[in-house]
Design a protein around this ligand. Structure first.
Ligand SMILES: [Zn+2]
Ligand SMILES: [Zn+2]
Length: 276
C-alpha cells in the first residue's frame, strides 16, 4: 500500500498532488445532549481552525422527529458565530428499529435546510450473542443506508457501543477481521454505484480506547478492500467532547495510509451554509 509522502507542512499523494482535504464532516453539539457542554458552535469553530480543518460539518443526531426544534437552535448558533472555517449544516440519522426507517424525508430536509445527511446503524438488534448474525445485520443496514437516496455518507462501519456488549457480557468486537471480504467488497461496490461515501471515523473506530492497539491495522486492511472498489470516503471526528475533535487527524492519516487522493474524499457539492 502506498502511503504518499510529506514535505514540510504539505502532504502529497503518490502522484505528487497536494493533499488538502482536511475536513471534518461528523461532529455533535451540546444541543442534542449527546455531546457534552464543551461542544458549543463557537468552541467547535475555534478548535476546527486550530486543527487546520478547512470544511466543518455539524451533524447532530436526529433519531426522532420531535428533536427537530433543537436543530433550529444549532442553526441559530451557526448564524451568529464568527468563523474562519467553512461550515456545513448536516444531520446524523439512526434507524428506528431493525430494518426500520430514518426519522428523515425530503420535507424535513427542506424545512431545516440540511445540506447533507450521514447515517447508519447504531445497535446489534440482537438479544443473544451470535457473531455471524451481528455482522450480517450490520452489513444489511450498511447496504440499505447506501441505497437510501437521502443519505450521503454511511457512518462508522462496524462501530458498536461497548457498554451494550459489556452489559450483556458478550465478547467484545475487538477486530474487523471476522467481517467477510465479500462484505467489504460488496459495500464498496454498492457505495460506488449509489455515490455514497464510506466514513472513516476518528472517535468511533480509529481512536477508541475500548479497542486493542492492533484494531486500527485490521481496520485499515478492511478499508483498503472497500477502497479498491473505487467509492468515495468521508472523514469525521464524531467528537462529543471538544478534546475529541483532534481524532479527525487520525482519519486524515488513514486517508494517506490508504493512498486516497483528494478526489476520493467526499464533501457536499453545495456552497457552505456559512463561509469562512
Ligand atoms: Zn453514529
Ligand atoms: Zn455521531
Amino acid at each position: 500500500m502506498d502511503v504518499g509522502f510529506a514535505y514540510g507542512l504539505h502532504r502529497f499523494d503518490r502522484k505528487g498532488n497536494p493533499m488538502t482535504a482536511r475536513y471534518d464532516f461528523h461532529t455533535h453539539t451540546v444541543h442534542l445532549k449527546c455531546a457534552n457542554e464543551t461542544m458549543t458552535i463557537p468552541a467547535m469553530v475555534v478548535e476546527a481552525a486550530r486543527l487546520g480543518v478547512t470544511k466543518l460539518g455539524i451533524t447532530d443526531h436526529l433519531n426522532t422527529f420531535d428533536k427537530l426544534p433543537l436543530h433550529e437552535c444549532i442553526r441559530a448558533d451557526i448564524d451568529a458565530v464568527e468563523t474562519s472555517v467553512d461550515i456545513y449544516l448536516g444531520v446524523e440519522l439512526n434507524y428506528m428499529g431493525c430494518d426500520g426507517e430514518f426519522a428523515y424525508n425530503e420535507e424535513t430536509r427542506d424545512k431545516l435546510g440540511f445540506q447533507f445527511a450521514i447515517g447508519g446503524i447504531h445497535a446489534t438488534y440482537l438479544k443473544e450473542y451470535d457473531l455471524g448474525k451481528i455482522i450480517d445485520i450490520q452489513h444489511r443496514h450498511h447496504l440499505a443506508t447506501c441505497e437510501n437516496p437521502l443519505v450521503d455518507v454511511l457512518v462508522h462501519p462496524y462501530w458498536f457501543g461497548k457498554y451494550h456488549f459489556d452489559r450483556e457480557e458478550w465478547p467484545w468486537f475487538d477486530s474487523v477481521a471476522c467481517v467477510p471480504e465479500s462484505y467489504a467488497r460488496e459495500l464498496g461496490q454498492v457505495a460506488k454505484e449509489t455515490n455514497t461515501a464510506i466514513e472513516i471515523n476518528g472517535s468511533a473506530n480509529l481512536v477508541n480506547s475500548g479497542n486493542p492497539p492492533e484494531y486500527v491495522d485490521g481496520y485499515a486492511d478492511y478499508l483498503a478492500i472497500v477502497a479498491e472498489q473505487g467509492c468515495l470516503f468521508s472523514v469525521g471526528s464524531d467528537a462529543h467532547d471538544i478534546k475529541r475533535m483532534s481524532t479527525v487527524e487520525a482519519t486524515w492519516a488513514m486517508v494517506e495510509r490508504l493512498g486516497l487522493p483528494d478526489d476520493r474524499i467526499w464533501s457536499p457539492k453545495c456552497a457552505p451554509y456559512k463561509r469562512a
